[in-house]
Ligand binder design. Sequence first.
Ligand SMILES: [Zn+2]
Length: 485
Amino acid sequence: MEFEPVIGLEIHVQLKTKSKMFCSCSTEFNAPPNSNVCPVCLGLPGALPVVNKEAVLMGIKAAIALGCKINLTSIFARKNYFYPDLPKGYQISQFDKPLAENGEVEVLTGERNKDGNIIYNKFKKFRITRIHLEEDSGKSIHDKGDSTLLNFNRSGVPLIEIVSEPDFRSSQEAYDYLVHLKRTLQYIGVSDCNMEEGSLRCDANVSVRPKGEEKFGTKTEIKNLNSFRFLQKALDYEIKRQIKVIESGGKVVQETRLYDSSRDMTFVMRSKEEAHDYRYFPEPDLLPLVVEKEWIEKSRRELVELPHQKQKRFIEEYKLNFNEALFLTDTVKVADFFEECVKLSGDSKGCANWIMGDFTALLKKEKVEIDKSKITPNHISKLLKLIKSGNISGKIAKTVFEEMFKSGKDPEKIVKEKGLSQITSEEELLPIIKKVIEENPKQVAAYKGGKEKLIGFFVGQVMKETKGRANPQLLNDLLKKELKK
Ligand SMILES: [Zn+2]
């Protein structure tokens, strides 16, 4: 029997506001422990929350970008549970009346080959159930022997929770959706989505069912997935585990599991019997949240081009393939850099190749952001023109590129200074060819005796003499002519 996974995702994203959700404390990440706290976010008795309008506006922006319908009135609710890093004994969230509902996103997704390149692909729509506003808890640090330290700087930091419908049918789709969500939220500037700093966290619901079956199987929840790769690996493990349970005649138990990346497996955190009942009720200290229509319209007007729109345009306008479109829309900075290059050079494929290949490798190696690099779109455009005009070979261009990356000099200048121009004149190249032929009588005899493959040897020798500067076509023509003599 063939099985099909059914996956839904719940994502917590930290909003990029300067101050917290219900007080004016700073949200700065690296502040000394417990320095950004006040009676409100410490949950002291009698302290009253005040809603951060900026957080609401960012939530609206995200909801619009993710195709959701915004509720003009939404209600804050108390989610009750005890935890040492939750001093109030409840978290202010939204429950039956969230900020936004019924969204839909269009995601470029597809199966990958071993190198990570898409082999099968399409734009697929995934539905979003709801987006609600809430506050973060504090942080417990358990690494001091048997004691636990508490840092309340994070307590009250604004979050949105984005809940998807169970629309994903493979771990790859879930991964691609997450990438898309991250890009979208970064494009519109509402979150850094920095997983190391915890500003994007993900829980996944997963079940399996026989292919063709409509009814969902029993699901498990995998909590606290802190990287996109781990999400995918955890899902792959959990899908296989559930299929194994069913095939061996067992039943999947509804439970919450955690993923251990060092052993690449999931394990039980708590069963359904131990699950929380949060006893939600409307937050008595806050009035219903009423969104003004003008805020929504303003957000709509200010909406930038979103990742899937950019991808479609790049494919159409620049004749890029799916991989190139996906790669070059990673951030607005990369996309803008690419477009500027194309504008100057008119060569979209050439620009895509340089940016995705040598440039990205160097940026990664030197840990530099694309807009902080010494290489500008103008440099790349000039380099492409030097190659096109036959002034330098593709191989030399790589050397020039590295030098440009280091010094920020114009490629023409580098070629001139280092004498890297291609040799395209017969007068200059012929003496070198003759010299190589003279110095290798044995190979010449073998070539003339029928070992035509030796042409490569002579090409190599001439390239060595000219430091790779000989024009390949001219070299080939001249060499064959000379060897016939
Ligand atoms: Zn505070």
